[in-house]
Design a protein. Structure first.
Length: 242
């Protein structure tokens, strides 16, 4: 899974296109985390994790502070996290995660992208069985760490690891995020990044031409300012080697 994770991560960063878009997406996530759990990172594990992600992405401190302040501003509209599911051309399943202050606008845009690119938007939950919703942590390997012991400890959270000499990628259940984060922090592991991934249970191989059709839809979705993440079950050449 490790190399596949790195591929997905690199692809996501490429799709975001530039640092400004990256910061905007992280800012939304930080604002939502503060709305849900308060502005104190010590008492808000999700905010603490996002602040680490922002640091890893070189997001300026003032951007982080602005996102936190925005969550406490009474004049600021609340972001709602909405998930949309549908099929791209050639039977590829697509899950779209959004954060929006106007759900009417967002669903209309998402539906139009599917329609214009030869796909169709389905009902919420209709494709969730095709993906595992995972907590994914990337941590630095530390000197003297006993990988076997770490693996045994993480089994308590139904998590598994994929490691090399430089880093460790941990995959755990969606609902175990806070517990895994606390364990890593309590045991002195440096968390390089942490996020939620929808990992396909199986992938579908397409020709280069068919992939291009699916990529057209993915590009349209990821260009939308309300879209945070797009997941799919298309096998790609680089991923197939992972």
């Amino acid at each position: 899974m490790g190399r596949a994770f790195e591929y997905r991560k690199a692809r996501k960063m490429k799709r975001w296109g530039n640092m400004a878009r990256t910061f905007t997406k992280l800012g939304k996530e930080i604002t939502i985390a503060v709305k849900n759990g308060g502005p104190d990172p010590d008492g808000n594990p999700r905010l603490r994790a996002l602040m680490q992600n922002a640091k890893a992405a070189a997001m300026p401190k003032e951007n982080v502070e602005r996102a936190i302040k925005k969550a406490t501003d009474k004049d600021t509209s609340d972001y709602k996290e909405m998930v949309y599911e549908g099929y791209a051309p050639h039977g590829i399943a697509i899950v779209v995660e959004t954060a929006t202050d106007n759900t009417t606008r967002t669903v209309a845009n998402v539906r139009s992208y599917f329609n214009k690119c030869g796909g169709n938007l389905g009902t919420t939950g209709s494709l969730s069985f095709l993906f595992d919703h995972k907590s994914v942590f990337k941590i630095k390997a530390k000197d003297g760490a006993d990988m076997e012991s770490l693996e045994l400890e993480l089994m308590d959270f139904d998590a598994e690891i994929d490691a090399d000499e430089e880093s460790i990628v941990i995959y755990g259940p969606f609902e175990a995020f806070n517990n895994i984060q606390k364990y890593l922090e309590d045991n002195g592991y440096e968390i390089e990044s942490s996020e939620f991934e929808r990992i396909p249970n199986d992938t579908k191989e397409l020709t280069a031409e068919e992939r291009a059709d699916v990529e057209k839809l993915i590009d349209k979705l990821e260009e939308d300012e309300d879209v945070q993440n797009v997941f799919h079950n298309m096998k790609e050449d680089d991923e197939a080697e992972a």
